[in-house]
Design a protein around this ligand. Structure first.
Ligand SMILES: [Zn+2]
Length: 450
């Protein structure tokens, strides 16, 4: 990156196909970690590649500046698979610049954001000769497949000690509009599970046995229908225990998030009308209310023509997005208890817990939070909207818990960045502003007393 311009550096980084989910790319993921280590060492960071059972984690520390805060910048250098390849207008790992954007897998999520941080730090170094504070980069290669290795590393007290910091900064989230910076201070938690309803031992003739035996598809649907009341509230007993009300300043702030009014949300999603929990706007539900969503349902015959059977079973895959105050495992137990209660004696049910992650919230008005807000305003010319994420980054919640420090989310992914989709891109203007934002952020954070 020595004398390289910003765009060339980004292109180089994006051309490494670091797809973490596919074993055939394991060597590329490893090479991507090497690339980062090399770039960080050029900036005088003490950088190491920590090999794990899956993909490496990169940890890099700047030369110590005594008496100044330490900022830990978390990001992930792995990317999602590229399918469906035929929908890409240019090759996903041959970065292409058109209409003021760079197109490549990872352009926004999360390589573009990582590179903005690296270049911001490099420019500060070039301008001032040294950094105004301490910086630790923590860059993992498994975020898109569940962060297993970083989770394992965080179980080692030695590693937690090495990552000791005053504040965690993450750029892996969205931005409302090109001139409206976004500052998120919350993440939803998540739990995923399956509900299976089993009826007859074999598919039955619907004439010979119909009417005498419960149909598992009907029963599954009836059971799912008991999970919400007519006001859109979840009826699972104890589901909302520990959930706090949304603060007034949050409600006010969310009214001015571009694209998040009820009318805009309906338009964006293509539904004829929103259907929110009563008493809450769409934005409030997305950011701060827990949800219960069947994600898929299967059962019976779906081939050509008709086949008149009572199927043996039906299955629903379900997930809940959770908010601070809810424990994901506790929620799954409560949901299971609910289904046991409503399951009729005519079928058997099986409930399988899958994965779970905690919700997270930090204080956007802390001294570091205020520095972040100011950096965004100085860079983009407008104050940031303060939002919570509807999505989940469980590893960040864990990292913040282990280090005992807040995490602040300064996202640069625009709604049209197509992250995880074909033609992922980043606006070059946003990339450049991202670099300036990082410089402003680190300068402002260096003034926070620690
Ligand atoms: Zn990401």
């Amino acid at each position: 990156m020595g004398g390289m311009n910003h765009l060339d550096a980004l292109k180089e980084f994006l051309s490494i196909p670091s797809v973490s989910a596919q074993p055939e790319h394991a060597a590329d993921v490893s090479r991507c970690a090497d690339y980062l280590v090399q770039k960080l060492r050029e900036m005088k960071f003490d950088a190491q590649k920590i090999n794990t059972e899956i993909h490496p984690v990169v940890v890099a520390k700047s030369p110590t500046v005594a008496g100044k805060p330490t900022v830990l910048i978390y990001g992930h250098y792995d990317v999602m698979p590229i399918d469906p390849i035929e929908e890409w207008e240019s090759a996903p790992f041959e970065p292409s610049v058109r209409n003021g954007r760079i197109y490549a897998r990872g352009a926004s999520d999360d390589k573009g954001e990582i590179m903005a941080h690296l270049l911001g730090v490099r420019e500060l170094l070039a301008e001032d000769g040294e950094l105004p504070l301490n910086v630790i980069f923590l860059l993992e290669g498994e975020e898109e497949r569940g962060s297993t290795s970083l989770h394992n590393l965080l179980q080692q007290p030695e590693m937690v000690k090495q990552l000791g910091c005053d504040i965690i900064v993450v750029s892996d989230t969205g931005m409302a509009a090109p001139d409206v910076p976004s500052f998120s201070y919350g993440l939803k938690g998540l739990c995923c599970f399956e509900l299976e309803v089993r009826g007859p031992a074999m598919d039955l003739h619907s004439g010979i046995f119909g009417g005498a035996v419960a149909n598992p598809i009907t029963t599954l649907c009836e059971m799912l229908a008991t999970t919400h009341d007519e006001n859109g509230r979840i009826t699972v007993e104890g589901f909302y225990d520990g959930v706090s009300e949304i603060a007034d300043w949050e409600k006010e702030s969310w009214k001015r998030v571009p694209g998040m009014s009820d009318a805009e949300l309906a338009d964006l999603t293509g539904v004829p009308a929103l259907r929110t929990e009563e008493g809450y706007t769409g934005a409030e539900c997305v950011y701060a209310r827990p949800t219960f969503e069947p994600n898929g349902i299967v059962g019976g015959y779906m081939g050509e023509g008709s086949k008149t059977v009572i199927p043996t079973h039906a299955i629903a895959k379900i997930s809940c997005r959770l908010v601070p105050g809810q424990d994901p495992v506790d929620i799954m137990r409560k949901v299971e208890a609910h289904f046991r209660k409503v399951c009729p004696p005519s079928v058997r049910m099986k409930f399988t817990m899958q994965h779970a992650g905690d919700a997270y919230m930090s204080d956007p008005h802390s001294p570091f939070g205020k520095a972040a807000q100011q950096a965004l305003e100085e860079t983009f010319g407008n104050p940031p909207v303060l939002v919570r994420e509807g999505g989940s980054i469980p590893i960040v919640a864990e990292l913040s818990g282990k280090l005992g420090k807040d995490a602040l989310f300064l996202g640069l992914d625009l709604p049209d960045a197509r992250i995880h989709s074909p033609n992922e891109n980043m606006r070059l203007e946003i990339f450049e502003k991202g670099i300036s934002m990082v410089k402003n952020l680190l300068r402002l954070m260096s003034r926070v007393p620690v």
